[in-house]
Design a binder for this molecule. Structure first.
Ligand code: SAM
Length: 313
C-alpha cells in the first residue's frame, strides 16, 4: 500500500530538490510513497491570487488566510484533486499536472476534522509554536496511510487552521524558519525512511539514534545476553548511536579504537554500548533521564560522573 503525503504550500517547486535524491527518490519511484504538492494560490479567487492579509489587532507582516487552506484540504476529500504537482522520481522531473492526477484509489480522501480517523490520517500544521517533532512522531506518522502537511509563511497562519483543520502543530526545533517548507521536507524524510522496505535493512531504522527500546525496565537479564554481554549496542530507548569508523585504521595519526579491529564481538558490543552512553552524556544528557538503562549502564555513567552531576543540578 502506498503512503501518501499532500503538501500545501505557496512554493510547490521548493520540493523538487529534496525529493529528487537518495532514499526519498527511490521510495517514490517504487511506489512506497506518493507525494503531491498543492499550490495554495490555486485556491484563491482574485486577480492577484492573494493568499495573505494583514493581522487583526495590528502588528508587523502578513498572515496566511484561512480560506485557501480550508478550500485546498476540502478538495482532498475528492478522489482526484486538481491543481497539484505530483513528484515522480522515475522521470526525475516534477510533473505539472494540469488536470487530474491519478490517485491511489485505496487511499481515502481527507475527512473533516471531527470525523477523521487519526489511526489512518493526520493533518499537520508546521509551526514554531508546535509540539516538538521527534523520532517517535516519525514512527507514529509512518504507520498512517495519509499525511497532510501545511506550510506556513510570513508571520504565520490564521489560528483557525490550527483550531479547526489541523490535528496537530509540529515544530522541527526551537528556532524560527522563514517558511514551513523546510520543516515539511524534514518530516517527510524522517517518516519515509521508516516505511517498510525503504531502507535496505529493516534493522537500520530500529537500531540508530533515538531507536526503540530493547531493554525493558526491571529486565531480569539486566539487558544482557546469557554470557553477560550487553544485548544492546545502539541507541536503544532514545540514546544516541555509537560512533562509527571505517578505513583507514589510522587517519592522520588518529587510530581507531583497538577493540574494533580485534575481532572480539562481545568486547565490541560492550565498547559500543559504553561509547553510545558516553556520547549521549556529552551531547544530550537530557536523553539519559528517560532512557531504559541497565545496572551496568548506570555503573558506567556513574564512573563518568553523570549521577553526581545530576544530583548537584
Ligand atoms: N511568527 C511565528 C512565530 O513566532 O512563531 C513565526 C512564523 S515563521 C516566520 C513562518 C512559518 O514558518 C510558520 O508559519 C511555520 O509554518 C514555519 N516555521 C517556522 N519555524 C518553524 C519550526 N521551528 N518548525 C516548523 N515550522 C516552522
Amino acid at each position: 500500500m502506498t503512503m501518501r503525503f499532500d503538501i500545501l504550500t505557496i512554493f510547490p517547486n521548493f520540493f523538487s530538490g529534496p525529493l529528487d535524491f537518495g532514499i526519498l527518490s527511490r521510495a517514490i519511484a517504487t511506489g512506497t510513497v506518493q507525494v503531491v504538492t498543492h499550490d495554495l494560490r490555486n485556491f484563491t479567487h482574485d486577480r492577484h491570487r492573494t493568499v495573505d492579509d494583514r493581522p487583526f489587532g495590528g502588528g508587523e507582516g502578513m498572515v496566511l488566510k484561512p480560506k485557501p487552506i480550508f478550500d485546498c484540504i476540502e478538495s482532498l476529500d475528492a478522489a482526484n484533486p486538481s491543481d497539484t504537482i505530483e513528484f515522480s522520481s522515475e522521470q526525475h522531473v516534477n510533473q505539472i499536472d494540469e488536470g487530474e492526477i491519478e490517485c491511489n484509489k485505496s487511499i481515502d480522501g481527507i475527512a473533516s476534522k471531527s470525523t477523521r480517523d487519526l489511526t489512518r490520517q493526520s493533518v499537520i500544521l508546521l509551526s514554531a509554536q508546535g509540539k516538538p517533532f521527534t523520532q517517535a512522531t516519525a514512527r507514529h506518522l509512518a504507520a498512517l496511510d495519509r499525511v497532510v502537511l501545511i506550510c506556513g509563511r510570513y508571520e504565520g497562519v490564521d489560528e483557525r487552521v490550527a483550531d479547526l483543520l489541523a490535528d496537530e502543530e509540529l515544530s522541527i526545533g526551537d528556532y524560527v524558519l522563514s517558511g514551513g517548507e523546510l520543516a515539511a521536507a524534514v518530516v517527510l524524510d524522517a517518516t519515509v525512511r521508516l516505511l517498510p522496505g525503504v531502507l535496505g535493512h529493516a534493522d537500520s531504522s530500529r537500531y540508530e539514534s533515538f531507536g526503540v527500546p530493547d531493554i525493558q525496565p526491571n529486565d531480569p537479564t539486566d539487558g544482557k545476553t546469557p554470557d553477560g554481554v550487553p544485548r544492546s549496542t545502539h541507541g536503544a530507548g532514545g540514546i544516541l548511536d555509537y560512533p562509527q569508523y571505517t578505513r583507514p585504521a589510522d587517519f592522520r595519526g588518529t587510530p581507531i579504537p583497538e577493540v574494533l579491529a580485534a575481532g572480539d564481538h562481545s568486547a565490541i558490543r560492550r565498547w559500543r554500548r559504553q561509547a553510545a552512553l558516553a556520547k549521549t552524556l556529552r551531547n544530550r544528557p537530557d536523553l539519559l533521564a528517560r532512557a531504559p538503562l541497565t545496572d551496568e549502564d548506570r555503573e558506567f555513567l556513574a564512573s563518568l560522573g553523570f549521577f553526581a552531576a545530576r544530583a548537584n543540578s
